[in-house]
Structure formats: C-alpha cells, structure tokens
Design a protein around this ligand. Structure first.
Ligand code: AMP
Ligand code: TRP
Length: 328
C-alpha cells in the first residue's frame, strides 16, 4: 500500500479552502492508502501564536479531521509535537538545506514581507516539512497548490540525501486537485483564501455560523458581466465561487454552467449559499459531537503511537547512514 501524509497548521479557523484543497482528498485517499494526517503545531508556532488559541485551534483541527470523515481506524491522526522524531529529523534536514533555496520560498517571502524581525523558525520551516514527509517515506502528499514549491524542495532534499548517504528516502509526489487547488478570497480573487486573514468577509470558515456564511456569499465580489462561466483568468471571482459550488455538491463545473445559463448572479449565489450551508451543517454537527464525546485524546494517542513506531525506524536509519554513533 502506498503511503500518504499531510498536515494542516492550527494557526486559525480552518476554511473551506483547506477542505477543498486538502482535507477532502485526505478522506478520499484513506480507503486504499496507509495514511498519516497531522496537526502541524510545530509549524504553526513559526509565527507567534497566543498559547490558549494554539491549544484550542489544535483540538479544533483534530476534531474537524474526524468530522470530515477521516476514520482513525484507517488513518493515523496525531499532533506533530507528539512525535518528537519530526523535530529531530527536521534538524538533520536543515543541515542539508541551503540558505539560497530557503530564501526562494514564496511562503517565507509572503510571511516575512515588511516585518522588522522574522523568526528563524519561519525560515527553516520547509526543512521541517520535508522531515514530516520523509520520515514516513510517504509516496503521495495531498495539498493545495500553494504547497507545490515546498514539495519540490522536499524532493530536492530527498535526492540530495540519497546522493550523499545512499539511496534511502522515497521521493514524494504531490496530489493536488484539478479544480479548487487554490480557493481565492471572497473579497479579492488575486489572494488565496487564508485562515490567517484579518478580513472576516474574505473567508468561509468551516465553523462559521450558516447564517454568516450565507451573508458572506451574498457579499462576495463578482464581475459586472453577469454570466456564470468558468474562466479563472478573465472571471476569477465567479470561477472561484463555481469551484466552491462544484466541491460542495455533486455537480461538475460544466453542469453548473448549464444550470445557470442565461441567469444573473443572484440566483447562482443564493443556491451556492444554500449548498454550502447544507454541506457545512452536518459537518458542524459531527464536529460538536466529537468535541463532546471526549474521544479526541484517545484518537490522538493511538495515532501518535502508530506514527512514532514508523518514524523512529526511519530516524535510526538516517542517523546510522550519516555516521552517528548509535546507542548500544
Ligand atoms: P495551511 O492552512 O497553510 O496549514 O494549509 C493546509 C492545507 O490546506 C495545505 O495543503 C494547503 O495547500 C491547503 N490550503 C490552504 N488554503 C487553501 C486554499 N485557499 N485553497 C486550496 N487549498 C488551500
Ligand atoms: N506547510 C503546510 C501548509 O502550510 C503544512 C505542512 C507541514 C504539511 N508539514 C506538512 C503539508 C507535510 C503536507 C505535508 O499548509
């Protein structure tokens, strides 16, 4: 069975972009792959997090994994920080990473732009992400489009290690949705929808009240043409809304175009709002059940145990190959 690994940062409210770009594929891949799904808390702290918020958001992400349909009997669900091998391999990976390649990462450039003091952790973040992946010798990495560059670096680091220390790491492949790999902000289709955005109206949070979601969709920016047509270059706003529609219903983009042929944006947006609300309501109901049931911490414990066993094996072999004296 091929191995799948991914993670989401507990750095804010999860958005429908996280769901469409990543989580939806986690759920899909769990049936015929050996899966590891993390809450990447060590990554989240590369920008300052208020401790109480980090704690709550970490539990939220874990509960949303379950609510979205990830089955803990199939996939290992765990906190990155519960598997300390990640941080250790992360350090080893920083030593084979070059400053130049880290400086080229667009996520680093975006997050550090205009800041007086930029944390060193933010800079070496991609080396830790490479460790997350390589420590399980994962084959497939379901992520949104914005993570492509980090994955390319992971592949480079895997090849570099294999070249220096002998063929060992699996070189992973990204697994990115064809439509919806980058869900854009509702107020500005040139920016990706981001859980760390300061503009509430720019994002649909998975835990937003359905009434709020309806309002946000009705206010979402569109063009003046009033033609429901998928054309991400010339009509980025409506195309983005159509992606959201397609992923929260069983209609394809072509079927949505046909359904709203000759209609204005009003009816389209109204239906979209209902569609998203009816998709999110059962998800939220399951989320609240999970939080109430108290099952979360047992799930995380057994997930971490499974992950640790696999991770320790890799770490030992990496250290042996690099020349470390192993304890006897
Ligand atoms: P992050 O929120 O940065 O931890 O991202 C978690 C996962 O969700 C990654 O695989 C991202 O690529 C994906 N993701 C985040 N925002 C979006 C978005 N707006 N559209 C599509 N995928 C996204
Ligand atoms: N960097 C990813 C993001 O911002 C999160 C992440 C950390 C990740 N480690 C990972 C994603 C390993 C996939 C695999 O979204």
């Amino acid at each position: 069975m091929k191995r799948v690994l991914s993670g989401i940062q507990p750095s804010g409210q999860l958005t429908i972009g996280n769901y469409i770009g990543a989580m939806q594929n986690f759920v899909k891949l769990q049936h015929d792959h050996e899966c590891f799904f993390m809450i990447v808390d060590l990554h989240a702290i590369t920008v300052a997090q208020e401790p109480a918020a980090l704690h709550e958001q970490s539990e939220q992400v874990a509960a949303l994994y379950l609510a979205a349909g990830i089955d803990p009997n199939k996939a290992a669900i765990f906190m990155q920080s519960h598997v300390p091998q990640h941080a250790e391999l992360g350090w080893l990976m920083t030593t084979i990473s070059y400053m130049g390649e880290l400086e080229r990462m667009t996520q680093f450039k975006d997050k550090s732009e205009g800041k007086d003091s930029v944390g060193a952790g933010l800079f070496v973040y991609p080396a830790l992400m490479a460790a997350d992946i390589l420590i399980y010798n994962a084959d497939l990495i379901p992520v949104g489009d914005d993570q492509k560059q980090h994955l390319e670096l992971t592949r480079d680091l895997a090849n570099r290690f294999n070249h220096r220390f002998g063929d060992f790491f699996t070189v992973p492949q990204p697994y990115i949705p064809e439509v919806g790999a980058r869900i854009m902000s509702l107020d500005d289709a040139s920016k990706k929808m981001s859980k760390s955005s300061a503009v509430a109206g720019s994002l649909i949070a998975l835990l937003d009240d359905p009434a709020v979601i309806r309002k946000k969709i009705s206010r979402a920016k569109t063009d003046m043409e009033a033609v429901v047509k998928y054309d991400p270059i010339n009509k980025p706003e409506i195309s983005n809304l159509m992606s959201i529609y397609a992923h929260t219903s069983d209609l394809s983009i072509a079927e949505i175009e046909a359904k709203y042929d000759g209609q204005m944006y009003g009816p389209f947006k109204k239906d979209l709002a209902e569609q998203v609300a009816s998709f999110i309501e059962p998800l939220q109901a399951r989320y609240h059940e999970v939080r109430k049931s108290g099952e979360l911490h047992d799930v995380l414990k057994s997930g971490a145990e499974r992950a640790q066993a696999a991770a320790q094996q890799t770490l030992d072999e990496v250290k042996r190959r690099m020349g470390f004296v192993m304890p006897r």
